[in-house]
Design a protein around this ligand. Sequence first.
Ligand SMILES: NC(=O)c1ccc[n+]([C@@H]2O[C@H](COP(=O)([O-])OP(=O)(O)OC[C@H]3O[C@@H](n4cnc5c(N)ncnc54)[C@H](OP(=O)(O)O)[C@@H]3O)[C@@H](O)[C@H]2O)c1
Length: 338
Amino acid sequence: MINSSLVGEREQERGMEKLGEKRRVCVTGAGGFIASWLVKVLLKKGFILHGTVRDPSDEKNAHLKKLENASENLQLFKADLLDYHAITSAIAGCEGVFHVASPVPAAKVPNPEVEVITPAVTGTLNVLKACREAKVKRVVVVSSGAAITMIPNWPEDKMKDESCWSDKEYCRITESWYSLSKTLAESEALEYAEKHGLDVVTVCPFVVIGPLLQPTVNSSSLFLINILTGVRESVENKRWSFVDVRDVVDALLLVYEKPEASGRYICASHTVKLRDLVDMLKSMYPNYNYSKTFVEGVEGSLVSSEKLKMLGWECRRLEESLIDSVECYRDAGLLSKD
Ligand SMILES: NC(=O)c1ccc[n+]([C@@H]2O[C@H](COP(=O)([O-])OP(=O)(O)OC[C@H]3O[C@@H](n4cnc5c(N)ncnc54)[C@H](OP(=O)(O)O)[C@@H]3O)[C@@H](O)[C@H]2O)c1
């Protein structure tokens, strides 16, 4: 771990930048899938980074220390989202905060209130309170498409946009605890921002794919790996919206830097039916054991990222994201090479 006063001394020693020229930001949950890419890009751009992780000595965070400029400009802080004082220490002195950390369970959890909802909601409010105390200029909160789409009786072919909010009661009835956690966390974040005059912008990515920097497999990457390995014989042929992790990071930086950015931003590049996605993968990688039965019935959502595009956001082609994902899974030994 690098001491922050040491970082300051090094800056002076180098004499390259005038003191205060480097920008200091905090990324919560720095070791996760999306956050690792964000940390990488921010370090490359010359930011000084405060990254929060639950355990700085855990091997699963070791990749962060090997990123370009990390030895000089990355300081890791041990902080659980529910530990307000630890969060405050990590955010002190930062001009901006990217709040990325939130539980993303891959399977059903025994106690959703404790394991998912409280860390997401109380954790987000802890981060925002610490930001207010530290007079942070802008906070970017990573929400989710899960906070947009869970609306019963929505017409199948009607586009959803940033005015749509998942129905909390519907999330409860359907036991969609992750969706509920993200809906509550985002809506309470925006309410807090309004009430206290804090500049908060939220980004709602859909299913995030792309190469992994971290050594562990996160839930959305597992979703794609499961499709490639046919974990389930039979799957629903509904629409899914995907976005590349590198494009999510571009979106987060864009809403951070553009003064005119405000409110919520849907971040989804491509919407495809699952059967079409499998066909696309099969045309590039014919030998995997894909799911064979596609059950019709549920359509899935149509969403628009127009608001983000108006801000200047561009995204990769789906084929590129799929190839880069598969090649990364193969290199990491998560997928066989044939
Ligand atoms: N991937 C997607 O498809 C997707 C789509 C939409 C939105 N998102 C959002 O993007 C964010 C990052 O997700 P990801 O896909 O990168 O998943 P991830 O790799 O699982 O990252 C989640 C991060 O949150 C941290 N975290 C969880 N509970 C915490 C707690 N109580 N205290 C401190 N840290 C905690 C985890 O730390 P540990 O390593 O210590 O567990 C991990 O670093 C989340 O807010 C998620 O809701 C993801």
